[in-house]
Design a protein around this ligand. Sequence first.
Ligand code: FEO
Length: 404
Amino acid sequence: MDTALRDGINWVGYVDWTVRDFHGYRTERGSSYNAYLVQDEKTALIDTVKAPYADVLLAHIDEQIDPASVDYVVCNHAEPDHAGSLTRVLHVCRNAELICDEKCLAALQTYHDSREWKVRTISDGDELSLGDRTLRFVTTPMVHWPESMATYVAEDKVLFSMDAFGQHIATSRRFDDQESIEEILAEAKTYYANILMLYGRPISRTMNRLGPLEMEMLAPSHGVIWRSHVDKILSLYNRWMHCKPVAKVLIVYDTMWNSTEMMAHAILEGAMRHDVEAKLIDVRQTHITTLATEMLDAAGAAFGSATLNTTLMPTMAAALTYINGLKPSGKVGFAFGSYGWGRGGALDVEEYLKSMRMRILRKPLRSQFRPDDAILEECREAGEMLATEALEIVAGATTSEGES
Ligand code: FEO
């Protein structure tokens, strides 16, 4: 396996072929926990791996250098998928200093017993000379935790970008030009939607701060290393961080005795009368990971639920809780659904839409029991409105893009 980013910089991480769940995010294609060894007069290990794979990381280091010769272990992020093996790694790399900032150290000390550690805390912009190379630390708060940072090597034009630009994908190859770029970009989008969508503003600040750096390689902590498609992933992040919409609307529903499903199909029919991509999504058949990815660039979405025990269906509640947490911005939509005698699921669905700051296009569209022709026609009209509003949003986003 080709692990060399540059002469003296090697990937030494762990490819996790079997992981299928990342706190609710379904990782159908596995993942990797990337760590990098930078060898110069001094040697630095950039990040570690999940705790169970510490010895694999140490074996990879041992192929390059005696672990006792590692001088620095840089921790860019305290989350256990990258820092979980620090206790073991610092025990074996017994002469290494841990390099991290104060916030990171505080977080690490809640997971690890740090009494034996040699620690050097750094701040944003600090540099650490390795000899001919120098590490520069760039704090990137909320990308993905408050203490997150990136490490830059100007001499090599390499940025160790931590979670940013990552993808949950296990492959036997390490670089973006060694795999199907379409598949890598699709996984990068899914990763952004499910891990980073909430943090658009911090990502925007980070992108501004990284802008002046010359970056020939982006080496994230998950997935492949960007070296041939750096401009492409940077340009996609510039879209994703604003949830820039395309002409796409979603009709997302859960149903009990098909009444809400009939309404969903009628809304779809109305939306399809206009030049938008319209997608019907049954939340009981579609994982929330996919739904979040679709939401990232949808311009609008109608969410519908039948009524169960006076409120919305549990699968829809789970989906809306997840999407609400990610706060997709700039969307329009409305709630719909059937009810019998209780308050009605659609009313509770609307509360979620308000919470996610969606622009609500109309009052909840409701049907008592089975929808009749009049309600189905109202659904078609609502679908048309969803599509036309979506097209206006896209036209507005395109205009402002042209102005910027
Ligand atoms: Fe991949 Fe925020 O850890």
